[in-house]
Design a protein. Structure first.
Length: 230
């Protein structure tokens, strides 16, 4: 009985050995097509993906910017009073003189204050007759203080485009007088909201000095001036 059992075990062992050899052979032959292995024995490992090492930019140091500019034409002229019986003549516009101080906290953004000043003068005439003396002489002075947010889109170290958004308050001084210098008892309500949106570009001619040009709407339409890194 033991001999029969030993014979059966030996036969089973040989059969398993042959089956295992056949499986190894199949694995080696078809491995590359099936994705289980490669020629030469053993199972293949996937090649690691190559990653590109991005150049790390140096740490940004905050920059204090100061700029002075001139905006023209001033849109504050829309706040001049209107008289039903008089025609308003040409407006003398000194333009919006601006000054801005802000902190650039990273390569793409800054926050600060934008201050503008403007002085307007206009005469009001009878029946649009500009040859006669003005029946009313009006002056309008404006100061505005606005929170100034600038979003930079740098192109190079010396050139950058930007988007400006500024909002704040207007402070007015308006006076309307007759030819004898008497102040007219007129009450107007110029808007207290000051704002400016614009798209511009800065060009630096040296490390800390440059100039800017801008087009927008609010306090002015065209704007240009000098900018400095303090």
């Amino acid at each position: 009985m033991r001999k029969y059992m030993l014979g059966i075990l030996l036969a089973g062992s040989m059969a398993l050995s042959q089956q295992s050899s056949a499986q190894v052979g199949i694995g080696i032959g078809v491995g590359p097509r099936m994705g289980f292995g490669g020629y030469g024995g053993g199972y293949g490992r996937p090649y690691p993906r190559r990653t590109q090492n991005r150049e790390k930019q140096p740490k940004f140091t905050p920059i204090v910017n100061f700029s002075v500019g001139y905006g023209y034409p001033s849109l504050d002229k829309d706040q001049l009073a209107s008289f039903y019986q008089y025609y308003r003549g040409p407006v003398s516009d000194q333009g919006a003189i601006t000054g801005a101080l802000d902190v650039q906290y990273d390569r793409t953004g800054s926050i600060g204050l934008l201050v503008s000043h403007d002085f307007l003068r206009a005469g009001y005439y009878d029946n649009a007759d500009l040859s006669s003396p003005a029946a009313v002489n009006g002056t309008l002075e404006n100061w505005s203080v606005m929170l100034n947010l600038v979003r930079y889109m740098p192109v190079s170290e010396h050139f950058s485009t930007y988007l400006r958004t500024a909002i704040g308050l207007n402070f007015w001084d308006e006076r309307y007088k007759d030819p004898n210098g008497n102040k007219l008892p007129i009450s107007t309500n110029p808007t207290q909201l000051a704002y400016q949106v614009g798209l511009g570009a800065k060009v630096y001619v040296s490390k800390n000095t440059g100039f800017f040009v801008e087009a927008g709407y609010g306090k002015y339409i065209l704007h240009g001036g000098l900018t400095f890194r303090l």
